[in-house]
Design a protein around this ligand. Structure first.
Ligand SMILES: [Mn+2]
Length: 357
C-alpha cells in the first residue's frame, strides 16, 4: 500500500473512533443529566467530590497507556466538569423565579396599583419614620402628587450601632394610621424573622433590605406569608445571588416578590453606590418578577436622581423608589440624600416629562 493510502486509512479509522467517542460522550451526558434530576428530587448537591475521586482512581487503575495517568486524569476531569455544568444548567432552568419556568410577568396588586403590569410605579417616602406628623406631611404631599405607595423605615439596620435605629413597631403603627387616612399602600423594612407575621398586620409590602439579602432565615420567614415582599439587592451581591435570594422566598410559597436594584459597591466614589442599570433588563429577562430601581440609595446624591430614574424606566424598570422628607436637614437618617417636598415635585415632573412614567 502506498504511504498516502496508509495515512488515509488511519485517518478514516480515527474519524470513526471520534464518532464512537462522541456517541459515548453524549450517552454519558444523558445519564449525568438523569442523575442530576434524581439528585434534584432528593435535594442533594450536584457535585460530589468523593464520587469524582473514586471514578478517577478507578480509571487510573485501568489505564494501560499510552496516555500517562496525569493526562487521563485531566481528560476525564474535563468530561466530569462538562457534565456537571449540564446538570447546573438544568437546575437553573428549574428556578421558580425564572422566565424559563414561567413566561408571564408576575403582577403585584397594591390596591388599584399594579406593579409589573406595564405601567411603572413611583414609590416615595421618608428614609425613617420619625413621627406621626412627619409621615403625615409626606403622605399628604404624595397623595396630592398622585402617588399611591409610600415607603418608610421603622426598623433601621444602620451602619453604626450608635445611629438612629428606628421606632420599631411604633413606626409601623404610624405608617398604618397615616396610610389609611390618605388611602396609601405602605412599604417598610423588617429585619427580624420573628417580626414578619406581625408586620403583615400593619404594612402592605415587607421590604428586605440590602444588608439582609442573604439572611436566609429572614427570607424563609418572608416566604411563609402572603404579603408582597420587596427584596433589595445586596451591596455586594451578584445578579445570580440576588435571583437565588428571591428563590428562597418563592420556594416557600410566597410568589409575590418584587426585586429592587439599589446600587452595588465599586471603586467609584462620585456616587454612594454604583447604579447597575444593566441589572434591570437582565433581571427582567431572567425572571418574571417586577424590577424596581431605588435611585436614592444607588446614587446618594439629589442632583442626578431624575436622569437616573429616567434611565431606569428606559431600561425597563417597573418602578422607581425615592426618599422624601419634609425637612431633610433634620432627618434622623440619610439627611443628605432625601428630597424635600418641593424638590420631590420637581423630580416627579422631570421624570414624567420623559413620558416614561
Ligand atoms: Mn435611606
Amino acid at each position: 500500500m502506498s504511504q498516502g493510502g496508509r495515512l488515509q486509512e488511519l485517518r478514516s479509522q480515527l474519524d470513526s473512533v471520534n464518532n464512537e467517542l462522541l456517541g459515548l460522550l453524549s450517552e454519558r451526558a444523558r445519564i449525568a443529566q438523569e442523575i442530576g434530576q434524581e439528585k434534584q428530587k432528593q435535594g442533594v448537591p450536584d457535585f460530589d467530590p468523593v464520587r469524582e475521586k473514586k471514578m478517577l482512581d478507578a480509571l487510573i487503575e485501568q489505564n494501560k497507556g499510552p496516555f500517562d495517568n496525569e493526562t487521563v486524569r485531566h481528560l476525564f476531569k474535563q468530561i466530569f466538569q462538562a457534565s456537571l455544568k449540564l446538570q447546573q444548567v438544568d437546575t437553573k432552568k428549574q428556578l421558580l423565579v425564572s422566565r424559563k419556568k414561567k413566561q408571564e410577568d408576575t403582577l403585584i396588586k397594591l390596591g388599584d396599583t399594579i406593579v409589573g403590569g406595564g405601567k411603572p410605579v413611583m414609590i416615595a417616602g421618608p428614609c425613617s419614620v420619625e413621627s406621626y406628623e412627619q409621615v403625615r406631611q409626606v403622605a399628604a404631599a404624595l397623595k396630592e402628587a398622585g402617588i399611591t405607595v409610600m415607603r418608610g423605615g421603622a426598623f433601621k439596620p444602620r451602619t453604626s450601632p450608635y445611629d438612629f435605629q428606628g421606632l420599631g413597631v411604633e413606626g409601623l403603627k404610624i405608617l398604618k394610621e397615616v396610610a389609611s387616612e390618605f388611602g396609601l399602600k405602605t412599604i417598610s423594612e423588617i429585619v427580624d424573622p420573628a417580626h414578619i407575621e406581625l408586620a403583615c398586620e400593619y404594612i402592605d409590602v415587607i421590604q428586605i433590605g440590602a444588608r439582609n439579602m442573604q439572611n436566609f432565615e429572614l427570607l424563609k420567614a418572608a416566604g411563609d406569608v402572603n404579603t408582597p415582599i420587596l427584596l433589595k439587592r445586596g451591596l455586594a451581591a451578584t445578579i445570580d445571588e440576588f435571583v437565588h435570594a428571591a428563590e428562597y422566598i418563592v420556594s416557600r410559597g410566597n410568589t409575590q416578590v418584587m426585586l429592587i436594584e439599589r446600587g452595588i459597591r465599586t471603586y467609584e466614589k462620585a456616587t454612594r453606590n454604583t447604579l447597575d442599570i444593566s441589572a434591570v433588563p437582565i433581571l427582567k429577562q431572567e425572571t418574571h418578577l417586577p424590577v424596581l430601581v431605588d435611585v436614592t440609595h444607588s446614587t446618594g446624591r439629589k442632583d442626578i436622581l431624575a436622569p437616573c430614574a429616567r434611565a431606569a424606566l428606559a431600561a425597563g424598570a417597573d418602578g422607581v423608589m425615592v426618599e422624601v422628607h419634609p425637612d431633610p436637614a433634620t432627618a434622623l437618617s440619610d439627611a443628605a440624600q432625601q428630597l424635600n417636598i418641593p424638590e420631590f415635585q420637581d423630580f416627579l415632573a422631570n421624570v414624567k416629562k420623559s413620558g416614561l412614567l
